[in-house]
Write a new protein. Sequence first.
Length: 437
Amino acid sequence: MLAAMPPQPPSAASRDEPVIRDRGDACPGALRLHAADDGFLARVRVPGGMLDADAALLLADAADRLGDGHIDLTSRGNAQLRGLGAGCGGELQSVLVRAGLLPAPTHERVRNIVASPLTGLDGLGLPDVAPWVAELDRLLCASAPAAGLSGRFLFALDDGRGDVTSLAADVNLTALDADRALLWTADPTDALLVAAADAPRAALVAAAYFLDAVREAGTRAWRIAELPAEQALGSGELRVRLAAAGVEATVVRANARRSPAPEPGIVQGPDGAAALSVLAPLGRLTTAQWRLLAGLTGRVRLTPWRGIVVPGLPAHAAAQELAALAEAGLVTAPDDPWRSVTACTGRPGCAKSLADVRADARAAVARATGPLPVHWSGCERRCGHPRGTAWVDVVATPTGYDLSASGRTPRLGLSTCELPAALADARRTTSHDAAKK
């Protein structure tokens, strides 16, 4: 069967198709657990991916005592615990409260905030948007209407490098300099210029505008891109709403900068400081790996690309610590075969999956290398697929795997023996064709 959602061409942001929902949002959270085939799943929102050691270690303890001894990273920079027992909800809630990860139980699923993982760390002179994260999270949790946002609604706070604004978020903020920021929803060319000090408040106003549009349309849209065309958010109306909230804004036309995710390795910072950027193969860490990362400096940042940034190391110690992380099984170099391979949960954790996609990905990874990302899906839902980039799409079907990539004829019903060669060819030639365009 032909893949229903082919990869996007390079530089094109992946957008959700406009739909009218006929049911409520069932996105899992830390309090609303999801029943999976391997036990219950809890998704813990970590705004900006920013964790201190105390919170990180409490999560690891919970994963060991209540779950399967692993922590999964999501494509929103959040953390997941799997294999939880049906009666663990109260104990897990107590752990999260002690960790400071549950400041507002009524809002815990709407704290979806991604931020440039290297903001303030790499010495490029870009504004540090970490304060935006804390302020927007505070405003979200204090707003009663904001609790009505879906668990899929996403805020992206970019320091100007253009990494997280490539993720097709619902509300985007990007810093122009220390004093000015751009705000937009669907289209960066139709943006609003606001003062940097007002940026988090402006983002909340944009989210409230979306909620009003949902009520007026009489739909259950979860994302801004799902609104009917006649209810699309406009910069003119948003400007009026900002003015009513005391935020001065000017409509401008801007071209959003795009940049890739942080590469694995050492990130040189100012004043002799360094950070380490690593990835977790298939976004899954053992609690031993997690504790090792949390113990390096007492701070970690989870990235929307299933990576971890450890800030605050002395530059002279960075190489030694990076080698230790490589020894522990983490991706520490750009040429690692796992560098751009992702997968959904697959069997046995997901009842809808038609294959153990993680096992099949592990079997193929060393023989199917190439510059284009690849995502393995156990069914046509393609959970966790890449955003804002082209990728090679590998989807399990009842008759084998279907492989598709932008600009190429899909190959259908491939066996696991046939996949490595076909996948390597697609990852290399599709990327080459895209570069020529």
